[in-house]
Design a binder for this molecule. Structure first.
Ligand code: SF4
Ligand code: SF4
Length: 474
């Protein structure tokens, strides 16, 4: 089966229950942001700029558990910021699992190995030695770390830890192969760490997914190569979504300067071009989401946004109307459902109800639409059923060439701090303002609101990638 039976059955049961009850709007996935603190400062990340990143500003553990109970979403995606920084992350995961939720821990991967070592120390017995031997052989833990695991004390054994379970996925943020990914997260070595964390998780027995955002400058072939490589590591599933951006100023420029929208941002047309092969990818790789959403991305049909089905809760409350745009925060999920005028948002039959929605085709607005049967067409239910309950694609065969292609950055001396920085310092790039774009991370937190891992405001990333590509041509 493409996805574990228990998980698919749980989600299908939730939809059927609400259809029978004729509930007009209900939650499918809770995007829970217990904090916005992060160890990285990715280009264009809105979360670390829109919200306070002070560790004092966190959603208390009990509140996190209460909001999950309140909205009753069968799936919870714990995001942020970097959720592994949340001091009670282990207790949060344990509490949500106790509630029977399917969990996705959206992480940049940097702290994953530490959390998995904590787990190994908590459960260590000689029976674990073959796994430790494999982790040592593949250099995923050091001899010193293995000794710490073996000699775990009472405190380490009593610690609440993140255990492998079929109800939980690590969901690792990967936006491309090494060069691109490290460039976007603005730190060399992060891609390599993600890969090592994924390998370690698979050896121990965790489920692992990845989430990727496609930007205007994203090379489609690179995304396919990334899927092949991740599949060869036996990653269990992938979320992929087009980047989102809106900017009233750009609309103004279109009007005043007569430029075309595609000069500035990922339009619907461009998204459809980038995702032309999504249905083939869906057959070859374990892409999460419905085939109906894939048809939408490929430009084969229209869908209406159902952002209310993937609500976001964070330090300020229930965020409306969606994960990406903020027009207000509410104290309760039902209150948000009742008070927001949902008819103001989304694109219907190609017409944007809100100009900010015009080019949005993101996963968190439209994937639930595919599952919930908005814009239903005959055969959709069977399509979704046979996709989710169908045969899981086999892992792509691992080859050294695949790995060589993946590690195309700092591992071979072409990190963004060397090659890319040299490129953007070229006279032509300087003329184009690339240096300014690259230095933007030094600026104060003054950016417009956007998303976080995997679905943020893509303006800056597109600009940066475009300028580097341009400077390489010179
Ligand atoms: S169309 Fe996109 S930006 Fe608009 S409300 Fe839906 S998810 Fe949010
Ligand atoms: S995109 Fe994710 S990893 Fe990057 S700074 Fe934002 S929250 Fe952190």
């Amino acid at each position: 089966m493409r996805f574990p039976l228990a998980l698919s059955a749980k989600i299908a049961g939730h939809i059927v229950k609400h259809k029978v009850k004729r509930t007009p709007k209900f939650a499918m996935v809770l995007q829970l942001e217990p904090l916005h603190t992060c160890n990285l400062t990715c280009t264009g990340c809105g979360r670390i700029r829109e919200y306070s990143t002070n560790l004092k500003d966190m959603v208390p553990l009990e509140k996190c558990l209460a909001v999950a109970r309140e909205c009753e979403a069968p799936m919870v995606s714990i995001c942020g910021g970097e959720p592994l920084i949340y001091p009670k992350i282990e207790e949060l995961i344990a509490g949500l699992l106790e509630q029977g939720r399917v969990l996705y821990i959206c992480t940049n991967g940097v702290f994953m190995r530490k959390k998995m070592r904590d787990y190994l120390a908590a459960v260590y017995s000689p029976a674990l030695e073959p796994k430790l031997a494999k982790l040592l052989e593949t250099k995923l833990i050091s001899e010193k770390e293995a000794e710490t695991i073996r000699k775990s004390d009472e405190a380490a054994r009593k610690k609440t830890v993140i255990r492998p379970t079929k109800w939980m996925y690590w969901n690792v943020h990967v936006d491309g192969l090494e060069f691109t990914h490290d460039l976007i997260v603005e730190r060399e070595g992060v891609f390599k760490e993600c890969v090592e964390a994924i390998k370690m998780a698979k050896i121990i027995g965790y489920q692992v997914a990845t989430n990727t955002t496609v930007y205007k400058e994203t090379d489609v072939q690179e995304i396919e190569d990334m899927f092949k490589y991740l599949s060869s590591l036996e990653v269990d599933g992938h979320t992929i979504s087009p980047g989102y951006e809106y900017d009233a100023a750009k609309k103004d420029m279109v009007k005043r300067l007569g430029k075309q929208p595609e000069d500035f941002f990922l339009t619907r047309k461009m998204t459809r071009q980038k995702f032309a092969k999504i249905q083939d990818w869906g057959k070859a790789f374990t892409i999460f989401g419905t085939p109906v959403y894939q048809e939408f991305l490929a430009g084969k049909r229209e869908l209406t946004c159902t952002a209310w089905a993937i609500p976001t809760y964070n330090v300020k409350g229930w965020k409306a109307p969606c994960y990406l745009m903020t027009d207000g925060h509410y104290d309760g999920y039902q209150e948000m459902l009742a008070k927001v005028n949902w008819e103001k948002y989304g694109v219907v039959d190609g017409i944007a109800r809100d100009p900010r929605c015009e080019n949005c085709m993101v996963h968190c607005g439209y994937d639930p639409s595919g599952a919930l049967g908005t814009n239903y067409k005959s055969g959709d239910n069977w399509k979704n059923f046979s996709y989710n309950f169908g045969t899981k694609p086999k892992p792509y065969p691992f080859t050294p060439v695949l790995a060589e292609r993946a590690f195309n950055g700092v591992s071979i001396g072409k990190g963004h701090l060397s090659q890319a920085k040299a490129a953007i310092n070229s006279p032509r790039a300087a003329m184009n303002g690339a240096q300014a774009a690259f230095s933007r991370k030094e600026e104060a937190h003054d950016h417009a609101s956007g998303g976080s891992c995997g679905s943020g405001d893509s303006t800056q990333r597109d600009e940066l990638l475009a300028k580097i590509a341009e400077s390489k041509k010179s």
